[in-house]
Design a protein around this ligand. Structure first.
Ligand SMILES: NC(=O)c1ccc[n+]([C@@H]2O[C@H](COP(=O)([O-])OP(=O)(O)OC[C@H]3O[C@@H](n4cnc5c(N)ncnc54)[C@H](O)[C@@H]3O)[C@@H](O)[C@H]2O)c1
Length: 259
């Protein structure tokens, strides 16, 4: 029986752990050939070992914030699997982020991964997609992009850099600009904005008292697991979404409901 992504070639950035790894597993289960593109060798190799029984999968060490590395990932994907059909721009500084650093230099660093890295990866794969007149790009934003007021009350100390949230808003904008440019070549570009998902990164980054109130703030009264997000990525990557482009899907159990 063939899967919904049978023989499609998908690069999934940041698939060394967490949500990206769950996307990789789901895509493999649907018949895709998957490239785990992660800058952390240990995570990438461990994900590869866990997933290699599930189908055609390779690990290509990739730092999405480095132009040559992004191009090299696209090149190695084509050498191994012959083409590129799907890019999931999932990698971000999240587990590895330093939320206490409000410096401009660090803001630039986070942008270089979370936003510009997504653009660099898109730039690396788009010529192949345009040439074959088929492509699916799925960007990963966050409901954190919509949480404008989650700052502690008290005397003013310094201006927050809002590094993570700024970049995740940027990802939404990038989605729409890419969609506008690439639609005529049958390349769709969409975005998933997950709510709080109980990955290792969330357990490390988000304070327990915040995690404990998340269910109260969501319609479904629960937090998410990485597996709760994979159906949305599969939809955007599949033929069911052929004419869906430039869209943002909040998947957070109803904690954010933009118009
Ligand atoms: N977990 C959540 O609650 C949540 C909610 C909303 C959005 N997100 C987003 O979903 C994505 C995955 O989340 P997660 O919880 O699995 O995070 P995570 O930090 O566990 O995973 C991110 C992966 O990206 C990799 N990575 C980081 N920088 C990279 C770079 N420069 N080049 C290549 N790979 C790099 C890391 O090694 C890691 O494997 C991220 O974009 C995150 O911002 C997560």
């Amino acid at each position: 029986m063939s899967g919904r992504l049978q023989d499609r070639v998908a690069i999934i950035t940041g698939a060394g752990q967490g949500i990206g790894k769950a996307y990789a597993e789901r895509f493999l289960g649907e018949g895709a050939k998957v490239v785990i593109a992660d800058y952390n060798k240990e995570r990438g190799e461990s994900a590869l070992a866990d997933l290699k029984g599930a189908g055609d999968v390779i690990f290509v060490p990739t730092d999405i914030s480095v132009p040559d590395s992004a191009e090299d990932c696209a090149r190695q994907t084509k050498e191994t699997f012959g083409t590129i059909d799907i890019l999931v721009n999932n990698a971000a500084l999240y587990y590895d982020i330093d939320n206490a650093d409000n410096s401009y230099e660090y803001l630039q660093r986070v942008f270089s991964v979370n936003l510009h890295g997504a653009w660099l990866m898109a730039r690396a794969v788009v010529p192949t997609m345009v040439e074959k007149r088929f492509g699916r790009i799925i960007n990963q934003s966050s409901e954190a992009a919509y949480m404008y007021s989650m700052v502690p009350e008290g005397p003013f100390d310094e201006l927050s850099a809002f590094t993570y949230s700024q970049t995740k808003w940027g990802v939404i904008g990038l989605t729409k600009f890419l969609a506008g440019q690439l639609g005529q070549y049958n390349v769709t570009v969409n975005c998933i904005a997950p709510g709080v998902t109980m990955t290792e990164a969330t357990k490390k980054i988000v304070p327990e008292d915040i995690i404990s109130i998340i269910p109260m703030m969501s319609a479904m009264k629960r937090t998410l697991e990485a597996e709760d997000l994979t159906g949305s990525a599969l939809f955007f990557a599949s033929d069911d979404a052929n004419l869906v482009t430039g869209q943002v899907l909040c998947v957070g159990g109803g904690s954010t409901m933009p118009a």
